[in-house]
Design a protein around this ligand. Structure first.
Ligand code: GLN
Length: 283
């Protein structure tokens, strides 16, 4: 006979813990709520309810896939980010909670009369869509060089009913013509080639192109900081997410290209995570 909700969760938790998941309880709850088509509070309210055989079989399949390392977000097909539910698939990075810091600081740098912003390497569209949802008065452009990502981001805009955003296939600034923005934001790849981090956990399943950026992880960031200047309006802001050990080098790059008001901010774990600078007006 199939187990109760509480027993199924306990079973899954112990399997996932021994498989090395660092969040076995959360994983188990997300997967079971998903097969039941309910939210997580249902699991607590109905802990003694016996699962149907069908539900239990489906749950076992998901737990087994998770045990093999498959990210929960790919198994569910979505990840919540900011206030939005975003479809995800293996053509893009799974949105990370720490990237909400980039959204917060971008919002803080957008003046009341700002009219446009651009998100480079948008992936699922997470950052572009979060900003578009908070600032319906602003025209948001998201670009990605991967066609599958552009398609997914467009789908996420439609599902979340955001109409002030457009997505283009573009290798960084390649397809942006002579557009200029009040703010440019990016969570680019920034992991060093050959980093042991790439062999651990969920990142093993994510596209390398969204993660790796040359030997020092700074290849794309270096390019973006230099190339962004003509795409920024006078006093426009560039904000970049980056690795926790890259803050100093990135502040140096911003300074080298003449940006002002350069500043690094820390994420909730106290680690350097976002650096920003303003286009100097006296060029
Ligand atoms: N912060 C990301 C991670 O944890 C790195 C993603 C990126 O390179 N933008 O994997």
């Amino acid at each position: 006979m199939s187990p109760t909700i509480a027993h199924a969760l306990a079973w899954a938790k112990s399997i996932l813990a021994s498989a090395g998941s660092d969040s076995p309880s959360t994983d188990a709850r997300l997967l079971l709520a998903h097969v039941l088509g309910k939210d997580q509070t249902y699991l607590y309210t109905w802990a003694d309810k016996i699962l149907s055989d069908r539900t239990y079989v489906d749950f076992q399949h998901l737990v087994n896939a998770r045990q093999q390392g498959e990210p929960v977000a790919y198994l569910l097909g979505y990840r919540d980010f900011w206030t939005l539910r975003l479809a995800v698939n293996p053509s893009t990075l799974i949105p990370r909670p720490e990237t909400e810091l980039l959204v917060e600081h971008a919002l803080g740098r957008l003046s009341e009369d700002a009219s446009s912003l651009c998100d480079l390497g948008t992936g699922t569209g997470a950052v572009a869509l979060a900003l578009a949802s908070e600032r319906p008065d602003i025209s948001v452009t998201g670009v990605d060089k991967v066609a599958g990502a552009v398609q997914l981001a467009r789908q996420n805009a439609i599902v979340n009913q955001l109409i002030n955003v457009q997505f283009l296939q573009s290798d960084w600034f390649g397809a942006l013509g002579n557009s200029q923005f009040n703010l440019i934001v990016s969570n680019p790849p920034y992991v060093e080639e050959g980093s042991p981090y790439l062999e651990e956990g969920d990142v093993r399943f994510e596209p390398r192109s969204a993660l790796i950026s040359g030997k020092d992880g700074l290849e794309d960031i270096r390019h973006i900081i230099g190339a962004a200047i003509p795409y920024l309006q006078a006093k426009g802001w560039l904000l970049l997410e980056h690795g926790y050990q890259q803050g100093k080098a990135i502040r140096g790059l911003f300074a080298h290209y003449g940006y002002t008001a350069v500043e690094t901010v820390q994420d909730y774990a106290g680690l350097d995570r976002v650096t920003m600078g303003q286009r100097n007006t006296c060029e």
